[in-house]
Structures are given as C-alpha cells and as structure tokens.
Design a protein. Structure first.
Length: 258
C-alpha cells in the first residue's frame, strides 16, 4: 500500500512531457523493485507485491502502464537490464507507441512507462571521477562492466555528466553462489533467498577498481555515493523506524549515502 501510494503521488506531480534530465528514465515512476530483505521473505511474496503494485497503479491512475521484470516476469523471468533494453530505456527519446506494456494501456507521454518487478537485492554505487571527459568515463565504465572479460560480476554501469565531473553510475546486481575472492579481501555482502546463497560486489571494490583505472589515465576520484542500503541495513533500519515511529533514517547527511 505504501509503494502504491507513493506511485500515485508521483504520477500526480510529475509530467513526463516536460521532464528534463541527464539520467535515462521512461516514467514518472520509473522503477519499483521488490527485494527479499530477510530469509523469511521469499520469491513468492515479492512477486505478489510487485504484481499488486503494477495492477494497482494502472487501475487507479488512468493512462499509466507498466512492464515486468525479474521473478515477476513469468514465465521468462527476464532481468531488469534486458527488459530496459527491450523497452528502449537507454534511448534519449524512446518510441512509446512501439512498446507493448505487460500491464495497462499503450504508454502515454504524460506518465511514460513504469518498470515493476521482483529480484534479488540490487545496490546502486555511484563513483565520481575528476574529469569532464565523458569518453574517458565511458572507457572506465566499459572496463568494469560485467559483460567485459575481467569485469565485476553483477555490475552494470553508465558514465554520466555530473556537477562538472563524470559519474560512473553502477547498478550492482546480486549473483547466485558463495562470495568469490581471496580470504584477505573485504567480504562480499551475502544472504539467502529461498535457501539459495547470493552475494554482491562491495562498494569498496568498485571504488578501488574505478580509482585504479582513473589513475592510469591521470585522473583522481572525487567520491562515492551509495543509493540505498544493504539488505541487513534495510532490515535493521526498518526495525528501528517501526519500533520508534521514525521514518527518516534514510537521511544520513554528509556521509556516503544519498
């Protein structure tokens, strides 16, 4: 109910016909992901909530539409990156009339298209390098991307202009299996979903890899920002917020959080 209410409010306030920005997006509500944050929460529960929000949004906001990803995209269970490519999310001006949403009518310019899904945890880690050369940023992004030989598992990255510098905006997806790496390395955050182990690359590793590649080009790193929290942090902060009736623990000013 809280997620759906937030989506309804965003659709009332945001008009994609007048939206302008650097980061790719397709909808007034661009993405609604559901992650299992505790071992007692499984795939089934996340899928149920994702489908409830997708249908609830399109039924209560006339003209809104959605595509599904991850476990909610049955039976194919296509990942977010694949679905975004299929929907033209990475294009500057996607052709909404050519799209076929999974839920709701043909996408309208007013609301655009919303991605709703369920998956293992995804961290957002943005590393800013001290240059305005977007070509250099794209070169570093390509080097750390999962699809590149020697890249980091689960990492998908875009290079974007950001406040007079270049930001490497990383989506860090969880990967199935036990954490890799040397015992002396910082441990990869890990967790269990429906009895299966998952882990994701730590922000420190991503920052170190970007820093190493930047230094080879004579460039420094300005800083790293984490968007969101790890599964355990989410759980702990939620417990504190609920027990104390405080809903703003996400505001960690002057730290690496956004």
């Amino acid at each position: 109910d809280a997620a759906l209410s937030a989506c309804q409010k965003a659709c009332a306030l945001i008009d994609m016909r007048t939206h302008a920005g650097v980061h790719p997006c397709m909808g007034a509500v661009d993405l609604v992901p559901f992650y299992p944050l505790g071992e007692e929460v499984g795939v089934k529960e996340c899928v149920q909530q994702a489908l409830a929000v997708a249908h609830g949004l399109t039924e209560t906001v006339c003209g809104s539409s959605a595509f599904l990803f991850g476990w909610a995209d049955t039976p194919l269970q296509r990942g977010l990156a694949q679905r975004r490519k299929e929907m033209g999310w990475f294009r500057k001006t996607p052709d909404l009339q050519a799209l076929r949403p999974d839920v709701g009518p043909q996408p309208q310019k007013r609301y655009g298209l919303t991605g709703v899904g369920a998956s293992t945890y995804v961290m957002n880690c943005n590393v800013t390098i001290d240059t305005q050369d977007i070509t250099t940023g794209r070169s570093i992004a390509a080097a750390i991307r999962e699809s590149t030989p020697g890249g980091l598992p689960g990492v998908q990255v875009l290079a974007l202009p950001h406040e007079g510098a270049v930001e490497l905006a990383c989506n860090v997806e969880s990967v199935k299996g036990d954490p890799p790496g040397h015992p002396m390395d910082e441990p990869w955050p890990s967790f269990i979903v429906d009895g299966q182990p998952y882990c994701h690359a730590p922000a420190s590793l991503i920052t170190a890899r970007v820093g190493e590649l930047a230094r080879r080009r004579g460039i420094g790193v300005k800083g790293t920002a984490l968007v969101g929290f790890t599964p355990r942090e989410c759980r702990d902060l939620a417990e504190i917020a609920l027990s104390q009736g405080i809903g703003e623990f996400w505001k960690e000013q002057r730290r690496i959080r956004m």
